[in-house]
Ligand binder design. Structure first.
Ligand code: SF4
Length: 709
């Protein structure tokens, strides 16, 4: 075994659930070229899972992987990528990753492992016990059929309070494609819960008593962490506040920096006054309040505090307390979540009494969080709720469901926006009861597959936000014009990339953004003002490439791509510049392997390209441009008939997007006709093995292999 460098735990744990065999691999030896996280996930799928493997086949593998910076003192480091053949991809399953925060990544590393590879299928329900070197499969029959909370509680009681439990609920057990695995109850990875259920694995409990070595000098490491902290804005790296402040030159009402002096976390005991300076490094969590951003002003009254992932000072996972839901619905008065997890319940409704930011809406959010996090149902970034609203509103549910089943739902409650409706709906969806549960728990793909609804209709309808392959848009043209579009063409699920939006939505005026962009991507024209897009240019293609590369880097280092990269900052005195080399500086000091920004970006590009190679292999075609890198029709329409490239529309132009793809393929070194990486590009990235495998399948461009074959 080679000596592990700093940062890494040094070993990957592999558990065969069919045989119970446990083995360990050397991280550096076997996965050194793909860093960790999604890199290890894609590598395992490419090398070990044959094309055509179904998501719930025992041959599918489930890879929980962190990275070199997880569990260190680096801000925002608590991420775990969970990669598998992903069940919600339409029309056939392909590789995908869910990503969870919380404390799982750090605990896994303190136990001595950078990743956990799960294979096979247990013959009865089990949970996996990991305490440092001790690894056992334990009986989970008493937990099977119960929710995530009970599994977490019982396993915690068995292991002790310093463990972290990642579990599935009933949705995962019933092999619902829309199922999560969640650690610490509410930090979830979407879409992979059913894969875990198919392996008869209820949960993974981890305890680690080890530590990680930081290879670089301690004072340098501490200086670098302070430097990193100084660059942080609010969540999504919004670097100006949402309100005018004497401490800030700029403000932007769209900013997620909503915490300001005079605010209070009203449900803390005693309530916490937010009076610190906006540049106080010890109070960065005061700047962000996800609940207030998503649920409106009144959420402040119900905020207990921010919670979040290991070493994250942003703490975007807001803890909310509402005694009224305990009194009315008998659920816990405290819940916590972030982003779409916060609005899970409310989003099912067409109308809420008091509007979307009223008290009824908050209660629906609490009920939704409570149920979804226990049953382990995934919303596919809100697509489940949008589909539900659409199908109810246009009469499809009434027409498709058996009359008895349709009548069994209390639609009056639904129409009244009564959160009690969710106590019927969410368990039935999660447990796949009736035709509604069977079909909708599969995601949008289920609607096409089982009800024969036409994907074209979803692609035409603005209100669905549907993009392609069973999934919605994720920070696309509405945030970042062609750059957002390119990013949304690249994955088999929603893109989950925030590198681009964390810059263009940072709140700085466009003139400042352009000045910064010129320094980072070579031209001010690499950025447009949101909603005022100009025709495509190659600088935008370079920025799309940078965004994707950094996303994969973060997902492979254990960093939060919801916060980074940190190329802009709140620091006026340094011209709002952040640090484009931050990741490589952190990696170099943690591991002791001096790695430049360019070298680390090359590794990110390798990982991203490996995902591309895997997709080409599993689709069995080179024709990525024609069959994979798709856009919806609604992208090219404006509800008010506004033309592309006029201020105030996010409408794109088909010919311009074709140009954008040409330019993007060009900067990636991919064949323009097919959208597939060339042999030279695989070689440049050290992916000769993948290239050879694809060559044997006639899936390398050139050599007479025509796109569309
Ligand atoms: S910003 Fe939120 S998701 Fe990201 S590391 Fe911090 S708490 Fe976790």
């Amino acid at each position: 075994m080679t000596q592990s460098p700093g940062g890494f735990a040094g070993r990957v744990l592999r558990v065969d659930l069919s045989s119970g065999k446990v083995s360990r691999e050397d991280t550096a030896e076997k996965y050194g070229d793909v860093l960790g996280g999604t890199g290890i996930g894609y590598r395992v799928l490419f090398d070990e899972v044959p094309a055509g493997t179904g998501p719930f086949d025992p041959a599918n593998k489930l890879v929980f992987a962190t990275g070199a910076l997880a569990g260190t003192g680096v801000p925002c480091n608590g991420r775990t990528a969970v990669t598998a053949v992903f069940p919600t991809v339409w029309p056939a399953p392909l590789a995908g990753s869910g990503h969870m925060g919380g404390q799982f990544a750090a605990k896994l590393k303190y136990a001595g492992y950078d990743a956990l590879i799960l294979e096979g299928r247990a013959d009865k329900p089990v949970w996996l016990f990991i305490r440092d070197g001790r690894v056992e499969l334990r009986d989970a029959s008493r937990l099977w059929g119960g929710g995530i909370r009970r599994a977490t509680l019982e396993i915690s009681q068995e292991m002790g309070p310093d463990c972290v439990v990642a579990a599935i609920g009933q949705a995962g057990e019933r092999l619902a494609p829309l199922a999560i695995v969640a650690n610490s109850v509410s930090h979830s990875a979407g879409g992979v819960g059913g894969v875990m259920g198919s392996k008869n694995l209820k949960a993974v409990g981890v305890q680690g008593s080890g530590s990680l070595r930081i290879a670089g000098p301690r004072d340098e490491w501490e200086r670098l962490i302070k430097h990193h902290l100084s660059l942080l804005g609010a969540n999504n790296q919004h670097v100006v506040p949402a309100f005018p402040s004497p401490e800030s030159e700029y403000y932007n009402p769209g900013s997620r920096w909503v915490g300001e002096p005079g605010r209070r976390w009203g449900a803390a005991d005693p309530p916490v006054e937010i009076t610190g300076s906006i540049l106080d490094l010890n109070r960065i969590a005061y700047r962000s309040n996800s609940a207030a951003f998503f649920l409106g002003e009144q959420a402040w009254r119900h905020t207990v505090r921010g919670n979040g992932c290991t070493a994250c000072p942003i703490r975007c996972h807001t803890v909310v307390k509402m005694p009224s839901v305990a009194a009315k619905y008998g659920i816990k008065e405290v819940g916590q979540n972030t982003c779409v997890g916060l609005v899970f319940g409310r989003a099912f409704f067409r109308n809420m009494p008091g509007g979307n930011k009223g008290l009824g809406s908050l209660e629906a959010c609490m009920v939704g969080m409570h149920l979804a996090d226990d049953y382990g149902l995934w919303c596919n970034y809100g697509q489940l709720q949008r589909d539900f609203v659409k199908l109810y509103s246009d009469g499809t549910l009434k027409a498709r469901l058996p009359a008895k089943e349709y009548a069994s739902y209390d639609w009056d409650k639904y129409d009244a926006g009564d959160p009690a409706f969710l106590f019927d709906l969410i368990p039935r969806l999660s447990e796949r009861q009736g035709e509604l549960g069977q079909v909708m728990s599969q995601g949008t793909a289920g609607l096409f597959r089982h009800w024969g609804l036409k994907e074209e209709d979803w692609k035409r309808d603005h209100s669905t936000l549907y993009w392609k392959m069973g999934h919605p848009k994720h920070h696309a043209n509405e945030d970042d014009g062609q750059c957002g579009v390119l990013i949304n063409t690249q994955y088999n699920r929603d893109a989950q990339c925030h590198s681009h939006t964390n810059f263009v939505r940072n709140g700085l005026p466009i003139e400042e953004q352009k000045r910064l962009a010129g320094g980072i991507w070579g031209s001010p024209d690499s950025v447009d003002a949101v909603g005022d897009y100009r025709p495509m240019n190659v600088h935008k293609a370079r920025r799309a490439r940078w965004s994707l590369v950094r996303k994969e880097l973060h997902d492979s280092l254990g960093l939060c791509n919801w916060m980074g990269p940190w190329v802009a900052s709140p620091l006026k005195e340094q011209g709002y510049r952040g640090d484009d080399s931050l990741e490589s500086k952190l990696f170099s000091l943690a591991t002791g392997r001096a790695t430049s920004r360019e070298e680390l970006d090359l590794m990110g590009e390798r990982i991203f390209t490996l995902h591309r190679a895997l997709t080409i292999r599993d689709m069995g075609t080179l024709a990525m441009r024609e069959k994979h890198d798709l856009t919806p029709d609604w992208l090219y329409e404006d509800k008010h008939g506004q033309q592309p490239f006029t201020q105030g529309t996010i409408r794109m132009d088909r010919a311009d997007i074709a140009t954008a793809l040409d330019m993007f393929y060009g900067v990636m070194g991919w064949d323009k006709a097919s959208g597939a990486p060339t042999r030279e590009t695989y070689a440049r990235l050290g992916l000769d093995g993948a290239a050879s495998a694809l060559e044997r399948l006639n899936l390398l461009p050139g050599d007479g292999n025509e796109p569309g074959k």
